[in-house]
Write a protein that binds this ligand. Structure first.
Ligand SMILES: [Zn+2]
Ligand SMILES: [Zn+2]
Length: 137
């Protein structure tokens, strides 16, 4: 893949893949589905055209959950460690990459936050509270 490609992997290292820019989109999604699937305030999703995504290892270990009734939402995860991994977006030519599992800098930055109206009531922008490089001192 191109020189600018970046690799990603799950927590246990079974699943590995790579992607190459330019991406179709890079955004935070605060919708209730993404909050549940990520267990966090929002998902950080990179969308990449099919030709710019490739598995490097562990594709057979990937478990697939398709939310009944959902048009495009799906959750694919490593069957060993449970880390969410990339999935092909139904009906689109793109793959969704959970940005948090990349092992390098994807080069591009998030363009926007969507489903802001669905954001969690406890969500604060990081600049609104103290930040520490690691645990609080
Ligand atoms: Zn894993
Ligand atoms: Zn979402």
């Amino acid at each position: 893949m191109a020189d600018a490609s970046v690799r990603g992997s799950c927590l246990c290292g079974t699943v590995k893949f790579e992607i190459a820019p330019p991406y179709s989109a890079f955004r935070y999604c605060h919708c209730s589905r993404c909050r549940k699937a990520s267990g966090s305030a929002h998902a950080s999703n990179i969308f990449v055209p099919k030709a710019q995504f490739g598995w490097l290892a562990g594709e057979a270990a990937v478990k697939r959950f398709r939310l009944p009734g959902a048009e495009r939402f799906a959750v694919w995860f490593c069957g060993t460690c449970g880390t969410r991994v990339p999935h092909e977006v139904p009906g689109r030519g793109d793959w969704l990459i959970p940005a948090g599992i990349l092992d390098g800098d994807p080069g591009e930055r998030p363009q926007n936050s969507i489903f802001w109206g669905s954001k969690s009531p406890w969500y604060l922008e990081p600049h609104e509270h103290p930040r520490f490089p690691e645990y609080p001192a």
